[in-house]
Design a protein around this ligand. Structure first.
Ligand code: SAM
Length: 404
């Protein structure tokens, strides 16, 4: 079976046999009316594709003909995922319902991520939409489970529920009033909002292809809709993300793109499979939080923005100093003043800071610490240390007076 096709997906899909594909994911042009261009990190390759349309109707027709073909080649148990954003979401939802039927619209998946951009006079766009349709009502769907959220009440997990006389959900009780344990739990069924990081510019898997999607996003789509050995099609495959994800998960795949560069790039990605793991997904959000609770408590009340993902800095002052950021760190219990100051100094220099503040929580232990001299780091005592030192000093003076 041929895996990569160069050409208009409408024509190529017409040549594919009906009812042969298990799942289609498509990430078509988004109706941005732009030419998308980008270069690979080493600048040796330059990629681009057009997303220019005369009007919404032209775009809707373009998609309509392609979705009709997509439906024809899907198996009756097949599903389709249409990736878009706010620009064409409403159009694709209507066109999708026209082709697959309102009843076969299953979900609108929100792919949510953090991305900082200076959205001039609007909210920063931090999500895209994936419209999920089935071909028939007997579609393949693999339920997957996620962890409970930190706010889930443990009783909700451990205790069985039943209904009272008013049909209100209550915790079930034995006749003697004792609680009834719930059946084994697998976790929470996957919801329709997926937090998956956007590919950062340094990610190993980034190819330089404009609008490249993360493999982790496709992993999830493939997991819920296919089994090993199933056939996945991406008619607008771009850099080949879907194909790489499918291959890594033991699925068969077909990719189509009208750009020869995209097909060549997909080919090379399929030869050497590279995937970027996400610390956010594997270790959880807490893995980014390096400022501990005590440190944050000491900083509360200051006009600062706490920062995570930086081993040397706990927060940045909201005011700049000499047009540069002002980093702050709190000395940890297990760290000497010297160690804390060195970490802060190195991190602050990297950020181009002219001044940084270290909040000392313990007295300097030795001469090196007392003599710590850094042009950037200013050491100030925490209120607890300041009060403690003041009392100690008064106490020593009193003792001296008594003995003198
Ligand atoms: C949004 S990009 C896909 C990006 C891809 N998901 C990735 O992760 O790299 C859209 C792709 O559709 C391709 N394309 C546009 N019109 C097409 C058509 N009629 N048939 C096939 N591919 C087309 C473009 O060349 C571009 O690569």
């Amino acid at each position: 079976m041929k895996e990569l096709y160069h050409g208009d997906c409408l024509e190529i899909m017409k040549g594919l046999q009906e009812k042969t594909i298990d799942m289609i994911y498509l990430d078509p042009p988004f109706l941005t009316n732009k030419k998308h261009s980008l270069s690979s990190r080493d600048r040796t390759s330059h990629y681009s594709f057009d997303d220019l349309w005369a009007c919404h109707k032209t775009y809707a027709d373009f998609m309509l003909y392609r979705l009709i073909e997509a439906k024809r080649i899907l198996k009756d148990s097949g599903t389709i995922f249409i990736h878009c954003d706010k620009t064409a979401n409403h159009i694709l939802r209507l066109v999708g319902e026209e082709v697959f039927g309102q009843d076969n619209f299953l979900s609108e998946i929100i792919w949510s991520y953090k991305r900082w951009s200076n959205s001039a006079n609007n909210l920063t766009p931090n999500h895209q939409n994936i419209l999920f349709f089935a071909k028939t009502d007997s579609y393949k769907f693999n339920k997957i489970f996620t962890d409970y959220s930190e706010t889930t009440n443990i009783d909700q997990i451990l205790q069985k529920r039943s209904r009272d006389a008013h049909n209100k959900s209550i915790y079930a009780r034995e006749d003697d009033g004792s609680v009834v344990s719930a059946d084994e739990k697998k976790g929470v069924p996957l919801a329709d909002v997926w937090e998956i990081p956007f590919l950062n510019p340094k990610a190993k898997e980034r190819t330089g292809y404009p609008t490249q999607k993360p493999i982790l996003l496709l992993d999830r789509i493939i997991e819920i809709s296919t089994d090993e050995g199933d056939l996945v099609l991406d008619p607008f495959c771009g850099s080949g993300t879907t194909l790489v994800a499918a291959k890594m998960k033991g699925r068969k795949f077909i990719g189509i793109d009208s750009s020869l560069d995209a097909i060549e790039l997909s080919k090379s990605r399929l030869e050497t499979l590279v995937k970027t793991e996400s610390a956010l997904l594997t270790k959880g959000r807490e893995s980014y939080i390096n400022a501990d609770e005590k440190s944050l408590a000491i900083l509360s009340g200051l006009d600062v923005l706490p920062v995570h993902r930086n081993a040397g800095i706990d927060a940045i002052l909201k005011r700049n100093y000499q047009a540069k950021p002002v980093p702050i760190r709190v000395q940890r219990e297990n760290e000497t003043l010297y160690e804390a100051a060195s970490k802060l100094s190195a991190a602050a220099r990297k950020k181009g800071a002219k001044i940084a503040f270290l909040v000392a929580t313990r007295k300097a232990q030795d001469l090196i610490e007392m003599k710590f001299d850094d042009h950037i780091v200013q050491i100030i005592n925490s209120p607890a240390l300041e009060i403690g030192s003041f009392i100690d000093e008064q106490w020593s003076k009193q003792l001296l007076n008594q003995t003198g």
